[in-house]
Design a protein around this ligand. Structure first.
Ligand SMILES: Nc1nc2c(ncn2[C@@H]2O[C@H](COP(=O)(O)OP(=O)(O)O[C@H]3O[C@H](CO)[C@@H](O)[C@H](O)[C@@H]3O)[C@@H](O)[C@H]2O)c(=O)[nH]1
Length: 374
């Protein structure tokens, strides 16, 4: 796959999430984007390497909270510190994207930006890059907001949904071979994290896709939407824009962040935006949002730990164990369980129910004395 031959293409990797879904491995101090599931590095490292297949390294930015700066540096020691944008506090994705857009707009007012989460798994990297490349071209041609949807296979309530117009704009029905099979739809609505009954309706209607959290747009087009839907945040960022590169940059950002209310890009912008398009993503995607997902994509082997050693199963099946090296685990007469062991915390969970781990994390948040385990 060749890099996109357009010097005005940028990528923003969002890496500020605090992640509790893979507790006890993901913690406040080591969220999912800094976990190591594969050979070759942490999730953030894999994300940066993946997008570097399409975007010049000097045009890739990472945006993270100041408490995670060191972890970014450990994951990517060669990454240009000048391209790491530090947020004083975490104020959700609309704020984080507004700040990153402001930095990129300052550097290049004609930039097309690809926004990506730092903690997702992509199985077919070539198809992913093909989709992104197509999205960049469309963002320039159509001058709208490009989203990437994933065909849903279950009524998942952890995701946002994108409702599309039923007819395909280009792609499937187009016999132009250059378009391959990546279909483009016009977006009708955006529905963030529905309840189960609504998610089931979405699944049946067939017009709804999961939002992968990847966005592509020209900086002018997304700025226009901020001016319309989040005018206060837009004004704050205009102020930041004036001070980028000056010695007051950090204090102005700190100031602005002290009064901003957290808002997500879905609620704050996408649900109200005009001219939104969706590319059908077909590259094997998961956000690894639960231990069941981790197992499903084959990152855990039945009855073994991640390197397949030191787990002995007697009359047990479908047992997934993740544990520190050098510790033996024996299971006797138990089926369908997930065991995740860390030096100070242990999870034992029925397979298929690992989404409920976040409930335990919420309980620990409320319970005095347990915050050290978060
Ligand atoms: N820098 C920064 N990054 C952030 C912040 N908040 C979240 N992030 C990063 O932004 C990405 C999305 O995080 P969340 O907003 O916590 O994700 P979510 O609840 O799982 O929902 C989003 O992703 C789903 C797919 O996984 C989508 O389906 C859904 O619509 C939404 O976009 C992650 O990479 C996370 O690290 C922030 O304030 N600052």
């Amino acid at each position: 796959m060749k890099q996109i031959a357009d010097n005005h293409v940028y990528a923003v990797v969002m890496a500020g999430g605090s992640g509790s879904k893979l507790w006890p491995l993901s913690r406040k101090k080591s969220p999912k984007q800094f976990l190591h599931f594969f050979d070759g590095g942490t999730m953030i490292r894999k994300t940066v390497e993946r997008i570097a297949g399409a975007v010049r390294m000097e045009n890739i930015f990472i945006i993270t909270g100041k408490q995670h700066w060191l972890l970014v540096n450990e994951s990517l020691p060669d990454f240009d510190p000048g391209n790491i944008i530090i947020e004083p506090t975490i104020r959700d994705t609309a704020t984080c994207i507004a700040l990153a857009t402001t930095f990129i707009r300052k550097r290049d007012p004609d930039a097309v930006t690809i926004v990506l989460p730092a903690d997702h798994l992509v199985l077919d990297e070539e198809q992913f890059l093909k989709t992104i490349t197509k999205g960049v071209g469309l963002a320039r041609e159509q001058r709208g907001l490009i989203t990437v949807g994933i065909h849903p296979d279950r009524p998942e309530t952890r995701y946002g949904y994108i409702q599309v117009e039923p007819s395909v704009m280009i792609g499937e029905e187009n016999d132009d071979p250059a378009d391959d099979e990546i279909a483009l739809f016009r977006v009708k609505t955006f529905a963030e994290k529905p309840d189960t009954a609504t998610a089931e309706q979405f699944l049946q209607s067939r017009d709804f896709w999961w939002n992968s959290g990847v966005f592509i747009w020209h900086v002018d087009d997304i700025s226009r939407e901020y001016r319309r839907s989040l005018p206060d945040l837009f004004e704050d960022m205009q102020n930041v824009h004036a001070f980028i590169g000056t010695e007051r940059q950090d204090s102005v950002i700190e100031d602005v962040y002290s009064w901003i209310h957290p808002v997500s890009i879905a609620y704050g912008i996408m649900e109200k935006a005009e001219k939104v398009y969706m590319l059908a993503g077909n590259f094997g995607w998961t956000d690894l949002g639960s231990w069941d997902e981790v197992i499903k994509v084959g990152l855990g082997l039945e009855g073994r730990d991640m390197d397949g050693s030191e787990v002995i199963m007697i009359d047990s099946k479908e047992v997934f164990v993740r544990k520190p090296h050098g510790k033996a685990v024996v299971t006797v007469g138990v089926d369908d369980i997930i065991v995740v062991d860390t030096p100070d915390a242990l999870l034992i969970c029925k397979a298929g129910e690992s989404q409920k781990v976040v409930k335990a994390v919420e309980m620990m948040r409320r319970e005095p004395g347990l915050e050290g385990f978060l």
